[in-house]
Ligand binder design. Sequence first.
Ligand code: NGO
Length: 533
Amino acid sequence: MRRHHGTTPRTARVLGSLLLIAAAGGLTLGAAPAARAAAPVPLDRIVPAPVSVTPGGTPYRVTRATGIHVDGPAEVHRIGTYLAGLLRPATGYPLPVTDHGDGGILLRLTQGDYGAEGYRLHSGADGVTLTARTPAGLFHAVQTLRQLLPAAVERTTVQRGPWQIAAGTLQDRPRYAYRGAMLDVARHFFTVPQVKRYIDQLALYKINELHLHLSDDQGWRIAVDSWPRLASYGGAGEVGGGRGGHYTKADYREIVRYAASRYLEVVPEIDMPGHTNAALASYAKLNCDGVAPPRYTGTQVGFSSLCVSKKATYDFADDVIRELAALTPGRYVHLGGDEAHSTAHADYVRFMDRVQPLVARYGKTVIGWHQLTGAHPAKGALAQYWGVDGTGAAEKAQVAAAARNGTHLILSPADRVYLDMKYTARTGPGTKWAGLVEVHRSYDWNPGTYLAGVPASAVRGVEAPLWSETVKTSAGIEYLAFPRLAGAAELGWSPAARHDWSAYRKRLAAQGPRWDALGIHYYRSPQVPWPAR
Ligand code: NGO
């Protein structure tokens, strides 16, 4: 039985004489305090690993009397409100958010050497202060604060505390500016609430880019006013023959808004000129022979191509990119460009030469899968590498040469961070064309030195794609993403010097109870020393 009146102060003796529970606002609970006043989570026990920690002092204890104080513009107030929303259900505390006050939890923006997303967290007996130069930095600091509290804080009903935060100072900033996750909403469609759920999971690991694979052979998922059948017909199907679906423009704006509230930029992808059966099925005139193929519900790749010689193709590309760019506050439009096996190479190059400038015309920067480096990548374009250890030397050299010429890279090696690879031959969903990818293999590589001949400065970051041929529920997404997503996030965020599998597996293990509390369905890899449930 738990009761939460919280009006009777009480003290608890923990670890001999150490007084951990402040007089103000303690919980009144039936259990013996000494049994449950576990030591707070050490400052360096978080994922991604922080740059540096200096422990020391008396832990802060969140109590019924704690306030959240914000020092900065309205956006900081909003982050404070978000934090309060995270902590209220499990603590049962009111946690008022105010623009003034001392002690408690303080969020403040200041000038200083924090970088665009970095922050400092200082915790002591009187309170916790989160400091950053930008709201994004404060938001990431909040995710750290969350992980420093017991996992039960993630539950939606009142839990017993105490809610302590280890004392000391933590300094943090990301290694890479681009830390992404991709969700394939084309092979199976995922609803706006399902995408929001994933966004919240990504935010917990400081991921800041959400790449949405919005079209493929099996489905077109975004409304385009000038070509309405793309969504209404081309979206009405998916792998295995389900109903599919698509986002209206309002839906899509809601995803973008929600992602922005979690400091993620949405990167929309329309895959071209291959992976286009859904578009070809919707409009006969996009086909060289003028005949629309049937919709497709299988999982083969490489069989479809836009008709590179037709004017209609470029009208289509212009309209789609214009409407998508208008929906996109972010910097990028991803053009796909992978597996164009049904497009002659010269046609592929010609097509990319004509379509990439459309992205610039509508104010965006091109991203393409790394096959784009076999054409003429536009100035400033990013190439997303999805090869494997066994990818041929010539292909790797082509990517490296492009990187040296200024086409910076996003690294998504398929035999490391493709979240749709099976963990083992025996785990459920997933495929294995790139191999079986257990947690250790997924984590243990260095983006800075991964591709020979690529200058470290040409690596923009890491992205973990989740292709959805084999999953159609949030539980399916989560089983493939967790725990590997956390590792990809750490590769993107933490300094190379903090990379250490034996330490990581312990930090990762500590995430298990948090995922249980959040209702995340994850793979309990035997490589990770999970606490007993
Ligand atoms: C490949 C292919 C996708 C598949 C995926 C499955 C890329 C860039 N193109 O990755 O169409 O869905 O593998 O793992």
